[in-house]
Design a binder for this molecule. Structure first.
Ligand code: SF4
Ligand code: SF4
Length: 330
C-alpha cells in the first residue's frame, strides 16, 4: 500500500539542528541537581527532591507524604495538602518526573553495558511487535491500565510504614539515597567527616542501578503511585497526527513503539504498557520518520482535527478518482 501522501517532502521537518530530547532531559536533570546541590552545600534550607521548596511554598515527595500519614495513623493536614498539590501536577504532566527529573534513569546510563543495552533494545522491539499484532487485529485503545508488581511494592511500602511507624522504604529510595550520598560527600570534603554512609549509600545505589535494572518497570513504588495519579492525565499526551502517520496508510510502522523506553505504543495505546506510564520523554516524537507525534495541551482536539484532515484528504482522493472515471471514454 502506498505510504507517500507527501511524506517524503514532510519527512523530519526541522529535525536537523534540534537538540536531542535525551540531551534536553539531561540538561534539565543537571540543572535540578545543581540547584539542589547548591542549596545543600550552602545550607539555604531549600531541601532535596524528597522535600523541596522555600518556607510555605514547598513540595514533598507524594510517597513520603503518604508514608508519613500511614506511619502516624492520622491525616496530617500539611502532608495531605502537599500530596494534593503533587497529585494535581501529576494530573497535568503525568509521569514527567520519572523521565526528566528522577536520577535513576540518568545514573543507570553510566552502568549500562553493551549487552544490557542490546537486551533492552530487544525487549522494546518485542513489545512493539506485539502491539503491531494487536493493531492489526483492530485494537486501537486498551480498556484500562493494568496493575503490576510496582503496585504490590507500593502496598508493601505503605503497610511497612504503618507497622513500623516510620517510612521504611525511604531507607532504600534511590532518589533520597542519591542526595544523601551527595550530602555525605560534601560534608566529608568540607568538614572531613567520614561516615559509614559514604560506603553503604553508594553500595545500595549501585545494587539498584546495576542489579535491579528493571527498578522503574518492576519495583519503584513512587512510579506506581504516579501512574495511579496519572490516570487522570489528559494533557500533553503523545498524540499521533493521523493525517501524517504511516500506519494510516496501512504501513506497519513500529518506529515509535520500538523506541519507547516504557513499552508504550503511542499510535494505538495497545502496547505492552499503558499510556499512563508515559514519562513525556519525547523519544517517540524524535524517532517518528514523519514527525507525526505531538504533545498538545488538548490531545482530543488535535485528534479531531487530524481525523478531519484525513477525512478531507480521503474525500479529495475519492473526488479525484470519480472525475477521472467520469472522463474515461467507455
Ligand atoms: S510514549 Fe513517547 S513520550 Fe511517552 S514514554 Fe514512550 S517514548 Fe516517551
Ligand atoms: S513512528 Fe509512530 S507515529 Fe510515526 S509514522 Fe510510525 S507509527 Fe506513525
Amino acid at each position: 500500500m502506498s505510504a507517500n501522501r507527501g511524506h517524503d517532502e514532510q519527512q523530519r521537518p526541522g529535525k536537523t539542528g534540534r537538540m536531542k530530547t535525551s540531551t534536553k532531559r539531561t540538561v534539565v536533570f543537571v540543572v535540578v541537581f545543581v540547584l539542589v546541590g547548591v542549596g545543600l552545600a550552602f545550607s539555604t534550607g531549600t531541601g532535596t527532591l524528597s522535600a523541596i521548596g522555600v518556607g510555605q511554598i514547598a513540595a514533598i515527595c507524594p510517597l513520603g507524604a503518604l508514608e508519613a500519614m500511614f506511619g502516624a495513623w492520622a491525616f496530617l493536614p500539611r502532608a495531605l495538602l502537599l500530596f494534593a498539590g503533587i497529585a494535581l501536577v501529576a494530573i497535568v504532566f503525568g509521569k514527567a518526573f520519572c523521565g526528566w527529573v528522577c536520577p535513576v534513569p540518568h545514573f543507570q546510563r553510566f552502568f549500562t553495558t553493551k549487552k544490557a543495552k542490546a537486551a533492552e533494545h530487544d525487549e522494546r522491539v518485542q513489545a512493539a511487535k506485539k502491539s503491531i499484532v494487536a493493531w492489526r487485529e483492530g485494537c486501537e485503545e486498551r480498556t484500562k491500565p493494568a496493575l503490576d508488581s510496582r503496585h504490590a511494592v507500593l502496598g508493601a511500602t505503605l503497610l511497612s510504614a504503618a507497622v513500623f511507624g516510620f517510612p521504611v522504604f525511604c531507607l532504600i529510595c534511590p532518589v533520597g539515597l542519591t542526595f544523601a550520598t551527595f550530602i555525605l560527600m560534601w560534608r566529608f570534603v568540607q568538614f572531613n567527616e567520614p561516615t559509614i554512609g559514604l560506603l553503604v549509600f553508594p553500595a545500595i545505589l549501585i545494587v539498584e542501578f546495576v542489579v535491579l535494572r528493571r527498578w522503574c518497570h518492576k519495583i519503584c513504588p513512587l512510579g506506581a503511585l504516579l501512574s495511579l495519579l496519572a490516570r487522570g492525565n489528559k494533557t500533553f499526551r503523545p498524540t499521533v497526527d493521523r493525517s501524517l502517520c504511516l500506519r494510516c496508510d496501512g504501513v506497519a510502522c513500529e518506529t515509535c513503539a520500538s523506541v519507547c523506553p516504557e513499552h508504550i505504543d503511542p499510535y494505538a495505546d495497545a502496547g505492552e504498557r499503558s499510556m499512563v506510564e508515559c514519562t513525556k520523554c519525547k523519544t517517540c516524537a524524535q524517532a517518528c520518520p514523519v514527525s507525526a507525534i505531538r504533545f498538545p495541551l488538548r490531545p482530543a482536539a488535535m485528534r479531531d482535527a487530524s481525523s478531519q484532515n484525513r477525512g478531507e484528504a480521503t474525500l479529495e482522493k475519492s473526488d479525484a478518482a470519480s472525475s477521472e472515471n467520469a472522463s474515461r471514454p467507455y
